[in-house]
Design a protein. Sequence first.
Length: 291
Amino acid sequence: MTTAESTAFNADAFLEAYLNGDDTVKVPKTVEQDDTVSWEPPEGPEITVAPKNGKLSKRTWAAIIAIFVLIPITIWIGLNFLGDRKYYFISMAIVIYTILPFVMVFEGRKPKARELMVLAVMAGIAVVGRAAFFMLPQFKPVTAIVIITAVCFGAESGFLVGALSGFVSNFFMGQGPWTPYQMFAWGIIGFLAGILFTKGKLKATRTSLCVYGFLSTFFIYGFIMNTASPLMFYQGTMTLEMFIPYYVTGAPFDLIHALSTVFFLFIAAKPMIEKLERIKVKYGLIEAQND
């Protein structure tokens, strides 16, 4: 009997046994896992701890170049030289830039479906969460999900989930010239969270994560989006005085966004990080293989 026939026979036997109320036939394991290894939360207030070496990998430095050099250049080229659909090109370019360093995580081996599935689920949660709270302006869980992802799976994964969340959710919320800036802002917050956590500067406690979430949302996301507003819609010569009204009028919305990030981190960080750490260790996902 071939492997395919054996798998089909087991599946058919389980289905027949289930329909007949017989639980003696078990589902064969189709996912490699190590049941002898388990994750235990550290002692103290920290939900999880950073890798012991605390060094930035080559892929992280590659991501730094892509994020702080290539993406700003691409946005500038799109603003100045491309046509009405420039934000589609910029958005896809940002996705490609974020995927390249992420692929380096696997160091020459093929990524397994379960490794990509976890990040896809995190991005999906962020997208659904943003859509679910559409009636509340700026009250969104996206930044909190991005920070949690970065703490569990690293800076590159944090940027990737942040960028994809902004890109995909705007198919529901509305695509426009603001999409690349949102992708960049959420990605930066996740990337910095991953780096700070790896270096031991950001502790995985509710207090530390909430403080970082508030500051990063208000100052990083708010600054990027408020700065981008006149760049998106004004074609003439710009002065510093032009940006001040955008910062002032945008501050209340940034405050709501920052407080919502604190709220979602406070209620979701501990249970989500604990579950993700157990999954990561049990199935040998991404960062667990590099610790």
